[in-house]
Design a protein around this ligand. Structure first.
Ligand code: ADP
Ligand code: MG
Length: 623
């Protein structure tokens, strides 16, 4: 129905959509104690409505000049126990009114209900983030009345009313000015929200930085100023912190902030914060980008997805550029060269800022790396343009650091051995697991440092990076490894080259399709054998691939090599055994390979192995 299709003004009653009903039921009966957040939600809706109207006046010449005196008013009546908030923003048509407030459940409704169920229904503070902030007014309201008129010139006024108990009504209304007025008849227990001192305190705490004047009675109570457009020296630390808390809805201080302006090649004022906490780590799902786009202090787009590279999604703040076209849309954002430039400048500056922190305040940067290192790694993989600079921010433990101490790649490069041309890393679940495995033996024997990569993503990061400071980055489990320095001389006598060659040939036949090649190892010191991989595919990648292989089949044998240690007593014995008892020697060979796969984390189906182990045990026990 459009406005003009409604001729009479008799009240129409409608049921709330089912999920909204459910939500309202919780909101009305909630024991949540911080009901004051409804003030923040209504003010933020009013501010959104004003931003939208201001944006219209800029792109729509019919409206030009009408953007003076855009403001939010809050009027309280202690006697009548009412809280009234009025804005002269964009307003709503009848259709918009019923869609936005009642008929159509917003996409976040279900998610929010779920969240409430998980959290014991008591934390309503996140209601705004799920796009259902308006309904928070029912925490304190006996009845809510919304009177509104859209900014379209032929619009008429409408009145929406509800007690939140299942239904709302819409009536046409006379004498309504452009914008929206919301009247809340407070519950007796919530009469405090009609008191001036109480509401004043709430506004200054939650909404101080709203970009329009908020008048309480006739007095302006907020600080209207775009702090990002002010000079750095004039803004106090507390002001930054307050602003951050406001835009990020965060309870604490930011980890760091970058405030800068530039004139060339683009006019930019940017204020970017990194939070302390990384909520993605706590399983809250993917963080939505938190940087708004402004032009001359006018909001152009709230938190657009395409503004900054994806890995920067943890950042909160504002980018303001007077060079931006006002009529830019989400769709055209990505293709806009100016926006791309903006994005590059801000991203580059932010990385530089982090690099400076790492240099000057390493302990502080360590905290950031621990909480937000994941984003830096994502950046190395995805953000080609900034890859090299981001790589300098990576930190890893190595065979030469203490447990828990992580160093940058340039530190590794600085202390590379004479004759060492490559950077080596090995992936494993922990320091202990890596050091117990066969891969680091050769490095230990030659005193070569190895980077320990504990997370699966590290493998992709380092493989993707491929080189650092012109040094190749090589996985310690790759088959074609040539290490500098002398071959380590392990204990024990070495099989003759001929015998070793024959044994390798026999093993290849015995193991058949399970391996691509068996060869004499130049790297092993103590272990009998090790599995290596081919073609730049590290064992971690193979592990990930075979985990995706739902049929449980082992990794592609085409990529697998087995290296044997010609000095190891077990290998000697195996060589003898293949003449004496070939069947049993085959069983031992299979187990040798499985053990190597276990050390590499590549054995996906241990069932065959258990049976074989039992056979071997029986033999060992003399059964
Ligand atoms: P959100 O603000 O996240 O969209 P809300 O539940 O707070 O969710 O508001 C729902 C919708 O109702 C808004 O998106 C907007 O379209 C409309 N609305 C709410 N308050 C106003 C207002 N003061 N002026 C115009 N539209 C409003
Ligand atoms: Mg809202």
């Amino acid at each position: 129905m459009t406005d003009s299709a409604i001729h009479e003004s008799s009240a129409e009653t409608h049921s709330f959509q089912a999920e909204i009903k459910q939500l309202l039921d919780i909101v009305i009966h909630s024991l949540y104690t911080h009901k004051e957040i409804f003030v923040r939600e209504l003010i933020s809706n009013a501010a959104d409505a004003l931003e939208k109207f201001r944006h219209e006046t800029l792109v729509n010449s019919d409206l030009s000049g009408k953007d003076d005196a855009l403001e939010i008013r809050v009027d309280l009546d202690e006697e009548a126990k009412t809280f009234v908030i009025t804005d002269n923003g964009i307003g709503m048509t009848r259709d918009e009114l019923s869609e936005n407030l009642g008929t159509i459940a917003r996409s976040g409704t279900k998610a929010f209900l779920q969240k409430l169920q998980e959290g014991g229904q008591n934390d309503l503070s996140l209601i705004g983030q799920f796009g259902v902030g308006f309904y928070s007014s029912f925490m304190v309201a006996k009845k809510v009345t919304v009177e509104t008129r859209s900014y379209h010139s032929d619009s008429q006024g409408w009145r929406w009313e509800s007690d939140g108990e299942g239904a709302y009504s819409i009536t046409s209304a006379e004498g309504i000015a452009r914008g929206t007025r919301i009247t809340i008849e407070l519950k007796d227990d919530d009469a405090e929200y009609a008191k001036d001192y109480r509401v004043r305190d709430i506004i200054t705490r939650f909404s101080n930085f709203v970009n329009f004047p908020i008048l309480l009675g006739d007095e302006k109570v907020n600080t209207v100023q775009a702090i990002w457009a002010r000079s750095k020296n004039e803004v106090k630390d507390e002001e930054y912190t307050e602003f951050y808390k406001f835009i990020a809805a965060a309870p604490d201080e930011p980890h760091t902030r970058l405030h800068f302006s530039a004139d060339a090649p683009l006019a930019i004022n940017a204020l970017i914060f990194a939070p302390k906490e990384n909520v993605e780590r706590y399983g809250f799902g993917r963080t939505k980008p938190g940087v708004d786009l402004y032009c001359r202090k006018v909001l152009i787009m709230k938190q657009p997805e395409e503004l900054l590279p994806e890995w920067m999604r943890f950042a909160k703040g504002v980018i303001d550029s007077e060079d931006l076209p006002l009529n830019i849309s989400r769709e055209t954002l990505q293709d806009n060269r100016l926006v791309q430039k903006l994005s590059n400048v801000v991203t580059g500056r932010f990385i530089k800022h982090l690099a400076e922190e790492a240099e000057k305040e390493p302990e502080k940067f360590k905290e950031f790396h621990e909480s937000h290192g994941q984003y830096i790694k994502e950046g190395v993989i995805q953000d080609f343009r900034h890859r090299d600079d981001l790589a300098k921010l990576l930190r890893f433990e190595t065979s030469k650091t203490e447990k828990g101490e992580a160093v940058p790649l340039n530190k590794y490069v600085e202390r590379m051995k004479e004759g060492q041309t490559d950077i080596y890393f090995i992936n494993g679940p922990s320091r202990a697991a890596i050091e117990a495995g066969p891969y680091v033996e050769a490095f230990r024997a030659r005193d070569i440092e190895v980077i320990y990569a504990f997370e699966q993503i590290d493998d992709f990061v380092l493989t993707n990076l491929a080189q650092f400071d012109e040094k190749k980055i090589v996985s310690a489990d790759s088959g074609d490894l040539t290490l500098p320095g002398d071959e380590p001389k392990g204990e024990g006598e070495e099989l003759s080259a001929d015998a070793a060659g024959e044994l390798c040939g026999w093993l290849k036949t015995a193991l058949g399709e399970r391996v691509q090649e068996v060869k004499v190892s130049k790297r092993l010191v103590g272990s009998p054998a090790v599995a290596t991989t081919e073609g730049g595919m590290t064992s971690t990648m193979q592990r990930v691939l075979s985990a995706m292989n739902r049929d449980g089949s082992d990794v592609s044998a085409a990529l697998l090599k087995l290296e044997i240690n010609p000095r190891n007593p077990l290998i000697h014995k195996l060589n003898d055994l293949r003449g004496a008892d070939e069947d049993f020697a085959k069983t031992v060979a299979e187990q040798l390979l499985d053990n190597a796969l276990i050390a590499a984390g590549l054995l996906t189906d241990p069932r065959n192995m258990v049976e074989r182990m039992n056979q071997l045990l029986a033999k060992a026990a003399g059964a």
